[in-house]
Design a protein around this ligand. Structure first.
Ligand code: NAD
Length: 500
């Protein structure tokens, strides 16, 4: 913080973190350290341990012991809820700290980081209620002298591997729900955005989570992440990231212990706009859907599928909106669009912007990389004259690049929306309930929005159809995902003998 002006600024020296096992930080010792530069400022902000596969073994052993001795799973739901509620309280107290480090490592605007952390508080509070209400089932239709119970047991040791686009939000869409039923955990954040996962470990310990229930290993996906995929003592793995690595996750599970998997992968999400929509609202929503988090959002609405009669007018409305969005220093309170998180992603987005033009699409607006000091920024970009076969219309760009595809009939719009390997999210904009509901029923997506986009909450499940993933996170669905069902058949009274 620059005290003279009370504007936030990057730290003068990078903050060093250890990794977190058994309720405490482990120093780097002679391990290598990685230095993370703020993508919004180009200066070093954090130093993180490059853990080794042996460190993964240590973290998993800690989680295994904590699970097997039932220090967490053996508690009542009420006792687990008390810890989750306390975690919400501590997180609320430390929210500004979490938002600051999230912005520094990720490049997202500080106002957005604060809102995300606020949302995470709600997830801990909501999951606390689920810890208390989670229950099984009974069958008393088994005849006199018998009864069956169906119980929900925690899966065991859960590994969570997260990406860099929403390091804290994606973590908190999983952790409280995973903890609610009594699992223990090892989390591996992206190597470029690890700080806030370590802050969560501190917060959970401060809230009274028993030692060893939540452990964090930092480092590269190819070493630390891969060791987790192959680990025989991890019972379930929640992976959020690219579809390419998702395939490696499935393969490794098959070659190791058939660990249960949750996969949240890529998307190429349609926004269908009918001529009868409130076009001002729809333009604002479409602009938000593609530029929020600089389009580095698995659920970004990157394919605008718009009724032909309004396509030109509507494209201009969206481009005008985007031109007014404030890009710049992520630590500036007024910034709406921050930095591109990694150098590699910056190159990928610029590559797709060039490729779109090479393929014959027309760059309607944006497309440049403005200079806002030491960071890396890309203007929201809109392409017209796009055909469905172009790479910019088919491949996940993971940046603020919108393609416009016109349609003539509702059936055509639905077919275009479904013409993708992905099925993560979709929106429809229409004031006609028949059209909106028909489209919502027929578009293949795990999350669907009517006259809005990127909306949700702690109660609402998230996840994808098709190549966008397996399973669901958040809400009661997210708690049940991390349990296994056990049936218990009980007989009472005298047994009817098989051998007399
Ligand atoms: P990524 O797949 O490169 O990395 C994600 C995580 O996996 C990181 O922690 C990384 O270190 C780790 N990893 C990489 N290689 C690994 C390996 N061989 N074994 C184990 N772990 C490994 O993805 P990213 O670039 O961080 O994120 C962008 C991608 O994530 C996009 O495709 C996006 O759509 C997807 N994503 C999906 C969701 C969702 O909810 N569906 C949310 C956010 C991001």
């Amino acid at each position: 913080m620059d005290k003279a002006t009370s504007r936030l600024s990057p730290p003068e020296t990078p903050r060093s973190f250890g990794f977190y096992v058994d309720g405490r930080y482990i120093d780097a010792g002679n391990r290598e350290m990685a230095v993370r530069n703020s993508p919004g400022h180009g200066v070093p902000v954090t130093k993180l341990v490059k853990c080794t596969p042996a460190d993964v073994d240590m973290a998993v052993a800690s989680a295994r012991k904590a699970f097997d001795d039932r220090r967490w799973s053996g508690l009542s739901g009420a006792d687990r809820a008390a810890v989750l509620l306390k975690a919400a309280e501590v997180l609320r107290e430390r929210a500004e700290e979490v938002a600051y480090w999230e912005t520094l490592e990720n490049g997202k605007p500080i106002s957005q980081a604060r809102a995300e952390v606020g949302g995470c508080v709600g997830m801990f509070e909501y999951a606390a209620g689920l810890a208390r209400s989670l229950h099984g089932d009974t069958f008393n239709n088994t005849g006199d002298g018998a009864m069956a119970l169906v119980t929900r047991e925690p899966v065991g040791v859960v590994g969570v591997i997260t990406p860099w686009n929403f390091p804290f939000l994606i973590l908190c869409e999983r952790v409280p729900y995973i903890l609610a039923s009594g699992n223990t955990m090892v989390a591996k954040p992206s190597e470029v955005t690890s700080a806030t996962t370590l802050l969560l470990a501190e917060i959970l310990t401060e809230a009274g989570l028993p030692q060893g229930v939540f452990n964090v290993v930092t480092g590269a996906g190819s070493t630390v992440g891969q060791a987790m995929l192959e680990h025989m003592q991890i019972d379930m793995l929640s992976f959020t990231g690219s579809t390419a690595v998702g395939r490696a996750v499935v393969e490794a599970a098959g070659k190791s212990n058939f660990k249960k998997l949750g996969l949240e992968l890529g998307g190429k999400n349609p926004q269908i706009v009918f001529a009868d929509a409130d076009l001002e609202d729809a333009a604002d929503g479409v602009a938000f859907g593609i530029a929020f988090n600089t389009g580095q959002c698995c659920v970004s609405g990157s394919r605008l599928i718009v009724e032909r009669s309004i396509a030109d007018k509507f494209g201009k409305l969206v481009a005008d909106k985007l031109a007014k969005a404030r890009i710049g220093d992520p630590l500036d309170e007024t910034t709406q669009i921050g930095a591109i998180t990694t150098d590699a992603q910056n190159s990928t987005i610029l590559h797709y912007i060039a490729k779109g033009q090479d393929e014959g699409a027309t760059l309607m607006s944006g497309g440049t990389a403005p200079d806002h000091g030491g960071g890396q920024f890309i203007e929201p970009t809109v392409f017209t004259d796009v055909t469905p076969d172009m790479a910019i219309a088919r491949e996940e760009i993971f940046g603020p690049v919108l393609t416009i595809l016109p349609f003539d009939t509702m059936e055509e719009a639905i077919a275009m929306a479904n013409d993708t390997e992905y099925g993560l999210a979709a929106s429809v904009w229409s004031k006609n309930i028949d059209k909106a509901m028909t489209v919502s029923r027929q578009v293949q997506a795990g999350r669907f929005w009517v006259n809005t986009t990127l909306a949700g909450g702690p109660e609402i499940p998230i996840g994808g159809f098709k190549a966008s993933g397996w399973g669901r996170e958040a809400g009661i669905y997210g708690v049940e995902e991390y349990t296994q069902v056990k049936s218990v058949f009980i007989e009472f009274g005298k047994r009817d003998h098989w051998i007399s």
